[in-house]
Design a protein around this ligand. Sequence first.
Ligand code: PLP
Length: 354
Amino acid sequence: MPTPPNLRAWEHDAVARIEADFQRSADTHLIALPLPGFARHGIDLYLKDESTHPTGSLKHRLARSLFLYALCNGWLREGSTVVESSSGSTAVSEAYFARLLGLPFVAVMPRSTSPEKIAQIEFYGGRCHLVDSAAQVYDEARRIASDTGGHYMDQFTYAERATDWRGNNNIAQSMFQQMAHERHAVPRWVVVGAGTGGTSATIGRYIRYQRQATQLCVADPQGSVFSAYHASGDASHTGPGSRIEGIGRPRVEPSFIRALVDRMEVVSDVDSVAAMRVLSGLLGRRVGPSTGTNFTAMLALACEMRERGEQGAILSLLCDAGERYLPTYHDAAWVQQHMGDCTAAQQRMAALAG
Ligand SMILES: *Cc1c(COP(=O)(O)O)cnc(C)c1O
């Protein structure tokens, strides 16, 4: 019998390219962050450094998963225009994978997106389509996909299901394995922000699947609807959206799975920026603002544990590096103008961390 022609040659090659790229990648570090005021009470803090992916953020994992999910659903073909609604980081990572597959890529983003992210998307050959508000990105992305006969990736819907939560080297499996030789090998808390909600969903499911006692805390920036939704269960909440890039949304995203989150910690913008600065000082390199949001919640949980005499580990994510935000969150004048005075918050957190 003659071999049948491979009808899916392009798909097969595309999946193989993504897998080969993965094979060439290393895992990200879990950084121990010993803070004397907590360590001597048996409380250890760790950050998984997601800034070291080739495209600079935890969205590298999501973009890989979304492309594989779309390919294996038969949603992409040779020449398909890939369109995404994004606050920036996902689009940077998707532009990388679109280029790997030779597909045109369009990012629909709020006008407020960092110029550095726009430059990176364009560096990978993507096109940026800017809209006035974060709430407009969804419809505009859908429209462009339909006009070009392309595919709307829709991270906000598919993030929670594109990643294999049982394992397959997802972020949860990796961080739990990296804790194996620590004095508290099973973390007491994992703290993450929610943009799509995909990371919190993957970690929450993995904790249950592994039958661990770890609790999951989502650090939610002011202006985001996730904390109100978590409290009420009403998915129709809307809000102004967040001013911390990458996390906090103006609407309840379908990928945010409420039942998996044990606790929400609302963090003010001033605290996020103050914590970003303090943590950057502790690490000797700049982190992004959503990592400051995470660090604020980590400190709050660590203080509670210390008061109760509880010991254990608190893990969170270093979502991206501060270099993307030099003219904004890392610029004192910009912060003063957009967020207000962070000095008092910074002193308070420096004292906690010291
Ligand atoms: C997306 C993002 C998050 C949150 O991750 P999700 O899985 O989308 O909820 C946190 N920080 C940054 C910088 C991000 O881009």
